[in-house]
Design a protein around this ligand. Structure first.
Ligand SMILES: [Zn+2]
Length: 460
């Protein structure tokens, strides 16, 4: 029953999910393209008995939809999940363009969260537990893989990881001690001759440097400790590779790839040292290159991260903060050039330390990063002013992206714990794409930025 009012507009009765709403017909014409603007008594929605239109939708959300007709713009409830409300708008044939700017955050915020959860899920699926779901593996291989990869799988696994972690620390401490002069040994005459070959390859090395290098032989017991630790660590690495269910992921890994390279270099140099005295110049060059390559062994430190699985969030944070890091590098670059150039113009005549642009740019970088060695100081009054400005700019520029990176870490850390809890309580989520369902639109709406930056190898 449509009641004619004095204004000339008629009232209309709507039943949404059992809750009754009444409004003027003219109100519903606010958005002419919408479903409510074209209500007809000849559709299934019209109930002729009760003389009302029935819609099987959520009445709480409909209150906001109807309010939008009165206010001529759409506002979202602050606690609503964006995709849910978008589906509601889609049903009522309302365009997203009517959403007021104050509510854009509520409308799109969840998309980012959904993508974060999906990436964390992908990351989770690559862990040791997920590999267990592969059917083509023998039970023995699965058990060995879990034993090596997941310290929380059994007490023995925990004991093994503890032992391996002690080896990693022992190797590092032994290497550090070996660098102390108190633990050095003198090279023999024959070894010195071989060292001369290496020194020749380095070009101009004065006697003083040569003398220092001659006194660089590490203590034999410390060397033996380092070798033994590395033998066991390399053995474990090879066994892990053999039993690993997904070889490709094992090789293309941000920690294991450099570690593998480091181990290869270590054993190449180790075997060469046995025949040190008979090596030719070319082989000696290979030795020198490999010696530098052994630095990649430091990746073994990440072995210790098995104790703290959430540490992988740090890696994901950096991957997700690439745009912020780009801003940081860009701003620092601009400021280094600007302050380096102005300092050069002001100081080059008065100051021997700052007589070239490289030196002043280096000074600008050290000042901007708030390190400030104090090895170069301006002499002129204007130079002091520029230095003060440079120091203040440094604080501001560093604070901006670091705050964003910290909040990204906070968000990922929280979401990671939700993902772990969710997977533990609902084992089946690993086998299908439940989370992805219904979020395809969110993926399509995005500008693709986050998709790209989250696409990283498993870090640990
Ligand atoms: Zn609003």
């Amino acid at each position: 029953m449509e009641i004619k009012l004095q204004t000339g507009s008629s009232k209309i009765r709507l039943n949404v999910g059992g809750t009754h709403f009444e409004t003027f017909n003219s109100t519903l014409k606010t958005f002419p393209e919408s479903k409510l603007a074209h209500l007809s008594k000849h559709t299934n929605h019209f109930d002729s008995e009760k003389n009302e239109y029935f819609f099987d939708r959520n009445p709480i959300l409909f209150a906001f939809i109807l309010d939008a007709y009165r206010k001529e713009e759409i506002h979202l409830p602050s606690d609503i999940c964006g995709p849910t409300f978008r589906k509601e708008l889609e049903f009522w044939e309302l365009s997203l363009s009517h959403v007021a700017p104050c509510c854009w955050e509520a409308l799109y915020k969840s998309d980012d969260d959904v993508k974060t959860v999906n990436k964390l899920m992908d990351n989770y699926k690559k862990n040791a537990h997920f590999c267990m779901t592969q059917d083509n593996l023998s039970a023995c291989r699965k058990r060995l893989w879990m034993f090596l990869e997941d310290p929380h799988s059994s007490y023995f696994a925990m004991a093994w990881v503890t032992f391996m972690s002690i080896l990693v620390i022992a190797a590092i401490v032994a290497e550090m001690m070996a660098s102390l002069t108190d633990f050095k040994e003198e090279f023999s005459e024959k070894e010195k001759q071989a060292l001369d070959l290496i020194l020749d390859m380095h070009g101009d090395i004065n006697n003083e440097t040569a003398k220092r290098i001659y006194a660089m032989k590490p203590n034999r017991y410390l060397s033996l400790t380092v070798t033994c630790c590395h033998a066991i660590l390399t053995f474990e690495f090879i066994i892990s590779f053999i039993v690993c269910p997904i070889k490709r992921d094992f090789i293309l890994n941000t920690v294991r790839t450099p570690l593998m390279f480091g181990y290869i270099c270590f054993w190449v140099t180790y075997s060469m040292e046995k025949y040190f005295l008979s090596l030719g110049p070319t082989v000696m060059l290979v030795y020198v290159i490999c010696k530098y390559g052994t630095i990649f062994k430091i990746a073994r430190l990440f072995y210790l991260s098995k104790y703290v699985p959430a540490l992988k969030v740090v890696g994901l944070t950096f991957a997700a903060s690439i745009s912020e890091l780009k801003i940081l590098v860009f701003l620092l670059g601009v400021l280094v050039c600007a302050f380096g150039k102005s300092m050069y113009s002001l100081e080059s005549i008065h100051n021997d330390d700052m007589n070239n642009l490289f030196a002043t740019s280096y000074w600008a970088l050290i000042t901007l990063t708030t390190v400030g060695y104090g090895d170069m100081i301006p002499n002129t009054k204007l130079g002091h002013v520029v230095a003060a400005l440079c120091a203040v700019c440094g604080i501001i520029v560093l604070a901006l992206p670091i705050g964003i990176i910290a909040s990204t870490f906070n968000k990922l850390y929280n979401f990671n714990s939700y993902v772990i809890t969710h997977v533990r309580r609902n084992k089946d989520v690993l086998s299908d794409s439940k989370i992805r369902k219904g979020t395809d639109n969110a993926e399509k709406d995005s500008d693709g930025r986050r998709d790209k930056v989250y696409n990283v190898n498993r870090v640990f």
